[in-house]
Design a protein around this ligand. Structure first.
Ligand code: KQY
Length: 365
């Protein structure tokens, strides 16, 4: 399918909000032993719960490697609304290596194929080779027969941006201005890419994301739009929590921002769960799960904001924490027209992300 050499903005495409109607959700199947403990079996069970939860609302496509295709197919053989395809990958983070879908409001669908460098390339990247991940967006665009806009000279992960579909984008300086992504570009030049490829007009820069997030502070683990003019922000009142100052700095920016339509943002706060650590599972030997240099258990970047909006539903991770029910109730209030479904999030979190990170919605144009 065609590679476009113009920009999406020039061709009338824009990134819709996640709450816009969707035709399906894409994800990938875990197997990588240095990301997933115990032969990835616990992770595969966790992914199955997420996939089945989404499939209650809309179709899901699961990409599995050649080695895992049959295993994934068997595990999902009786799941309605799910197809498994063979799709080579380096790991599971479809939000980040997959395409960002665009619509034009006239029935057209397109995809942005951002350059992917595994969250930092050879300067802090999370695995040493990401060639297969870097082809995922192109393959998905071809499978769906949609035109593709590629940015081989600009690195971006889908989890580092959120849009309201009305011209506003939120991101974090911690991630997008990190020198391991696009060191040759100024902030203004990075904004140019966002404006040209997503057709946004107002960019809100939060200083940081969640503490100890392996992605250098992806916004999708920290703050998101819930509807035009309203955002949801991770929050803690515990002054000893390293997230305390991060939440307050973000709130200060949000409170003083206007969105693309000139609205002052309404900020909803969602508690973060009590600190979640990688402990017993470290025995499985996956990277990033061992105690840190001080011998302390590693704090994981657990967040309820890492949820996915689907047609008629919200799929949110739970952490066996008293705040789970608080988060569930708040999300149900914020999305009264959708059914909020909580699925266990710890096992996916051990790999470095959560439900939003492992999925990519395809809008229905
Ligand atoms: O989007 C994400 N949260 C990706 C995290 C990658 C972690 C690799 N171990």
């Amino acid at each position: 399918m065609s590679l476009r050499t113009s920009t999406p903005r020039a061709d009338g495409f824009f990134m819709p909000a996640e709450w816009a109607p969707q035709s399906q959700v894409w994800t990938l199947w875990p197997e990588r032993p240095d990301s997933w403990r115990a032969g990835a079996l616990p992770a595969q069970a966790a992914f199955l719960e997420v996939i089945r939860a989404i499939a209650r609302f809309e179709p899901v496509t699961v990409g599995a490697s050649r080695d895992q295709f049959q295993n994934a197919s068997q595990a999902l053989a009786e799941a309605d609304n799910v197809r498994v395809i063979e799709l080579s990958n380096d790991d599971v983070w479809m939000r980040d290596c997959g395409p960002t879908f665009l619509i034009d409001g006239k029935g057209g669908l397109a995809a942005v194929d951002w350059e992917f460098n595994a969250w930092g390339g050879h300067h802090g990247g999370l695995y040493p080779n990401w060639d297969l991940d870097n082809q995922v967006a192109q393959k998905v665009a071809q499978l769906e027969r949609v035109p593709r806009y590629a940015t081989p000279e600009f690195v971006l992960e889908g989890g580092s941006i959120h849009v309201d579909g009305e011209g506003t984008l939120i991101t974090t300086a911690e991630c997008l201005l990190h020198p391991n992504r696009n060191p040759q570009l100024s902030q203004a030049e990075i904004e140019r890419y966002l404006r040209d490829y997503l057709a946004v007009n107002t960019i809100i820069w939060l200083p940081e994301g969640m503490y100890n997030d392996e992605t250098d502070g992806h916004v999708d683990n920290f703050c998101c739009f819930t509807r035009p003019g309203e955002v949801l922000l991770c929050w803690t009142d515990d002054e000893s929590d390293p997230n305390y100052s991060r939440c307050r700095s973000a709130l200060a920016v949000l409170d003083s921002s206007r969105d693309a339509r000139g609205r002052q943002l309404v900020v909803h706060k969602i508690p973060i769960p009590a600190p979640v650590y990688a402990m017993l599972e470290s025995e499985g030997g996956a990277l990033g799960q061992l105690p840190d240099e001080d011998g302390q258990p590693e704090r994981l970047a657990a967040s309820y904001v890492n949820f996915l909006i689907v047609n008629g539903g919200i799929i949110v991770p739970g952490f066996d924490d008293p705040q789970d029910s608080v988060a569930l109730t708040l999300l149900q209030e914020l999305f009264p027209e959708r059914e909020v479904v909580m699925v266990p999030g710890r096992e996916i979190l051990l790999g470095g992300g959560n439900i939003h990170c492992i999925t990519q919605q395809q809008p229905r144009p």
